[in-house]
Design a protein. Structure first.
Length: 240
């Protein structure tokens, strides 16, 4: 990834701006934030409400439990704060977040992330603003703030200069469609369990081969869905 001129810019629209930067203010992401490698603005959606109670939600048309976030309030917040890059809405019905999508977002100028609450947001505001819907998985959380933090952590660590060793990025899980191989460190023997001999052999080619085979085996046994995609892609490249 080429070096950036401007910092990667995240704008988070939420009714709980105090949740940010949260853990993103610590460790690698926090150092990169302080250094100016990326920028984070947390915007309170309630600032764009028009009534004295700063209401952002109302009852759903058609009945049902819960409340729905209003399109007029959300649209005002989006229009006033949207930066370069896509508008992202974190929702279980969205596209599953994976490493290719993380790389795509990291390569862009930034993102505006809409964090829903209650039963969700009015569909019309998503359509009007061409929101990209992204999911962390098949489960439900209380709001979009935690998924937004996860998304931002995954993106920020790919930005140039955030990780000191770029080799680390190349060897991580999912970068080649496989799960990561197991890791070992000192002591060489612990509670009767020894480090695989190949890792202390000093033979780099054998180590690379062992790690690759371990990644393949872990993927095949733990994530058959990933293994099928990987095996299919490998067959295509091997076909003359």
């Amino acid at each position: 990834m080429e070096e950036r001129i401007d910092p990667w810019h995240a704008t988070v629209l939420t009714i709980f701006p105090e949740m940010f930067p949260g853990p993103l203010g610590l460790s690698l992401a926090g150092r990169a934030l302080a250094k100016g490698t990326w920028r984070l603005d947390a915007v309170n959606i309630r600032d764009y409400a028009t009534d004295k109670h700063r209401s952002v939600d109302d009852v759903p048309f058609g009945g049902g439990a819960g409340m729905v976030m209003r399109p007029d309030v959300l649209d005002a917040a989006i229009k006033a704060n949207r930066g370069a890059g896509p508008l992202v809405y974190m929702t279980p019905r969205g596209r599953l977040l994976d490493q290719p999508l993380v790389r795509e977002l990291a390569a862009g100028p930034g993102a505006t992330i809409l964090c829903g609450r209650f039963e969700g947001v009015d569909q019309r505001v998503l359509e009007a603003n061409e929101a990209v819907e992204i999911s962390l998985g098949d489960f439900v959380l209380s709001g979009g703030e935690l998924p937004a933090l996860v998304l931002l952590d995954a993106v920020v660590r790919l930005l140039p200069g955030v990780l000191g060793n770029q080799e680390t990025l190349a060897e991580e899980s999912f970068e080649w469609g496989l799960l990561e191989y197991p890791h070992y460190t000192r002591p060489a023997e612990w509670q009767g369990r020894a480090v695989p001999e190949v890792l202390i052999s000093g033979h780099h080619e054998k180590i690379r081969d062992w790690r690759h085979r371990q990644s393949e085996e872990a993927t095949r046994t733990r994530r058959p869905d990933l293994w099928d995609r990987y095996a299919s892609a490998r067959r295509r490249t091997e076909t003359p």
